[in-house]
Design a protein around this ligand. Structure first.
Ligand code: S3P
Length: 168
């Protein structure tokens, strides 16, 4: 297996925060598919969803993953929460490296993301229900792709990092 670590999980689970710190500690590169897409498209994700639509964004994600799966080494790759939902992406994620699922509860996610305006799929009248429904639908797919599941509820950043460094 390639020496990359791939972080998957629902929006707000800490992929970017945990990934950045882990990369620093392990002396790995850090990459984030959302950041890459925004830089490449010179547009924010909210604008991409609004002006091009979700399907176009999903194609950009797959394209980004195809590139990374062939090119990155010694890298922590943080991925958008929708990445593992599509078959080709799921296969590419596994090919890219060790896949860690950072699992959070719907309630924690809701509290963390309250007031956030950067996630188009959560801009509804009832974000808690949206989060609950999406997590219910997505959790089995995340589990299927993951090599390890790390439950992050009530855990400090340091204890999550500690857990991960013992796994790898
Ligand atoms: C999405 C998650 C977001 C971003 C987009 C869609 C999703 O990334 O890719 O808003 O479908 O779960 P984060 O998981 O980094 O918030």
């Amino acid at each position: 297996m390639r020496d990359n670590i791939v972080l998957i999980g629902f929006m707000g689970c800490g992929k970017t925060t945990i990934g950045t710190k882990l990369a620093h500690i392990l002396n790995y590169e850090f990459l984030d598919t959302d950041q890459y897409i925004e830089e490449h498209q010179k547009m924010k994700i909210t604008e991409i969803f609004k002006e091009r639509g979700e399907q176009a964004f999903r194609s950009m994600e797959t394209e980004c993953l195809r590139t990374f799966s062939q090119s990155i080494h010694h890298t922590i790759l943080s991925t958008g929460g929708g990445m593992p939902l599509f078959e080709e992406n799921a296969r590419l994620l596994k090919e890219t490296g060790l896949v860690l699922y950072l699992k959070t509860s719907a309630e924690d996610t809701y509290l963390r993301l309250r007031g956030d305006t950067t996630r188009p799929l959560l801009q509804t009248d009832d974000p808690l229900s949206a989060i609950q429904n999406m997590i219910k639908q997505r959790d089995p797919l995340y589990q299927k792709v993951a090599d390890h599941v790390i439950v992050t509820n009530d855990c400090s950043l340091d204890s999550i990092i500690d857990h991960i460094t013992k796994l790898i």
